[in-house]
Write a protein that binds this ligand. Structure first.
Ligand SMILES: Nc1ncnc2c1ncn2[C@@H]1O[C@H](COP(=O)(O)OP(=O)(O)OP(=O)(O)O)[C@@H](O)[C@H]1O
Ligand SMILES: [Mg+2]
Length: 395
């Protein structure tokens, strides 16, 4: 073989398979073959039945050629030679002038078919892998979104479970002031009726109206408290730990009073400033306090007590809530944080309270929550980092 042919073969061969992306890989092949073999036209067709090439170099000639063979073949036309190279589900077309050394070129092109096919397979494999990867990523994304949606749904569900009880509490908290308002206004009406033509006792009226105002303020304050709690905290905010504890207790105070449950706050966290999701942390405390209240209903305890104890060490805060309602049966202790686990089916317990509490503590507050039995009741312990506004975590 002539030295010149050897160099052309080498250059053409080296142009094959330099990329895993079909278009750029075949562009290099088409252009190299076109330049090195001095072709008048070289083209790559993505499918066997296509007449428009994906990549081409030079000028095509006007002729039709049936492309139905699986073998590399050459056809001599009046002014030029055509070489057709069938490939893996695609093909290449080459046109050479009559002056070309066609037998050498034909042999070389046909000889490269295996390598080109191999490179095409690699491109297809990589493409398939990329598509598979994309699909996999999409599926993971969908999965994560579904879990998130599910968690949000559970959050709403568990919130509305407490909401039912909250409405009951609002009703309890409102009964007394509404009765007072009714009584005061009846008194005033009575005074008007019996006064006949006598002048009314203005200072008396003023003091009664002030009383009514006070009661109305209390009513609207209660509603605001509950409404704020049901708003989702979109962002963290700075708040003192004792404010959260006090707020949680105040939302339940009437219920505890009616059930003669005493709450003791051993506040070792006074003046501990947190940068946290206030409503979510309140929700966790409410879930735990509610469960204690429920537990007292099925235990004979004269001296019902719940103790909340806060302590801090380094950059961590620990909140411990202990009741003396008999504790959690050892056989279910491992299950109480599971979704829908409840021993209160007859009371319509959803079994979401503690599950959501754990999600909130671990995912939103970057902490942990555990339950254990103490001497005469259950004990819930929440640990979480004390985050400062200046060191926001990435979530
Ligand atoms: N302080 C406690 N004392 C005894 N058992 C408890 C206590 N707290 C939780 N449990 C047990 O853990 C279970 C799960 O509690 P969780 O709050 O998740 O659901 P629930 O209270 O049953 O339902 P819901 O919260 O919807 O009212 C309860 O059914 C109860 O058996
Ligand atoms: Mg509960």
């Amino acid at each position: 073989m002539k030295k010149e042919y050897l160099s052309i073969s080498y250059e053409c061969l080296s142009s094959i398979g330099n990329s895993f992306e079909l278009e750029s890989m075949m562009s290099e092949v088409v252009i190299t073959f076109y330049q090195k073999t001095k072709a008048s036209f070289v083209a790559f067709y993505e499918a066997r039945d296509l007449s428009v090439p994906m990549i081409q170099a030079g000028k095509d000639a006007a002729f039709t050629l049936k492309q139905d063979s699986d073998k590399c073949y050459m056809k001599e036309m009046e002014d030029f030679f055509v070489i057709i190279l069938p490939l893996r589900s695609s093909y290449m077309k080459f046109i050479y002038s009559k002056e070309s050394d066609i037998s050498y070129i034909f042999e070389m092109i046909c000889g490269f078919s295996r390598k080109i096919n191999f490179a095409l397979s690699a491109c297809a494999g990589v493409k398939e892998l990329e598509e598979f990867n994309d699909e996999l990523e999409e599926r993971v994304r969908e999965g994560v979104n579904k879990i998130r949606e599910h968690e949000n749904m559970l959050l709403v569900q568990s919130k509305s479970a407490i909401m039912g009880e909250m409405l009951e509490m609002i009703a309890h908290q409102w009964r007394q002031p509404i009765t007072s308002i009714g009584m005061i206004s009846n008194n005033m009406l009575f005074s008007i009726v019996i006064s006949e033509d006598e002048p009314l006792d203005k200072p008396q009226f003023q003091s009664e109206l002030e009383d009514i105002n006070k009661q109305i303020k209390y009513l609207s304050h209660t509603i605001d408290d509950f409404r704020n709690f049901f708003k989702e905290s979109k962002t963290r905010q700075e708040i003192y730990m004792d404010d959260i504890v006090i707020k949680s207790i105040s939302l339940l105070s009437k219920q505890f009073e009616q059930n003669s449950i005493a709450i003791e706050v051993k506040n070792g966290c006074q003046n501990t400033l947190l940068y946290t999701y206030k409503n979510e942390l309140t929700q966790v405390l409410l879930n735990i306090l509610h469960n204690s209240k429920d537990a007292f209903e099925s235990c004979r305890q004269e001296n019902k007590k719940i103790a909340i104890d806060c302590s801090k060490k380094d950059d961590e805060i620990t909140i411990e809530i202990n009741d003396n309602a008999g504790g959690i049966e050892e056989s279910i202790l491992q299950k109480i944080f599971e979704p829908y686990f409840s021993t209160k089916k007859e009371k319509n317990g959803t079994g979401l309270g503690l599950y959501m509490s754990r999600i909130i503590v671990t995912k939103h507050l970057q902490g942990e929550i555990e339950a254990k039995n103490s001497k005469d009741g259950a004990s819930f312990i929440i640990r979480m980092p004390i985050l400062k506004k200046s060191e926001e975590l990435f979530e």
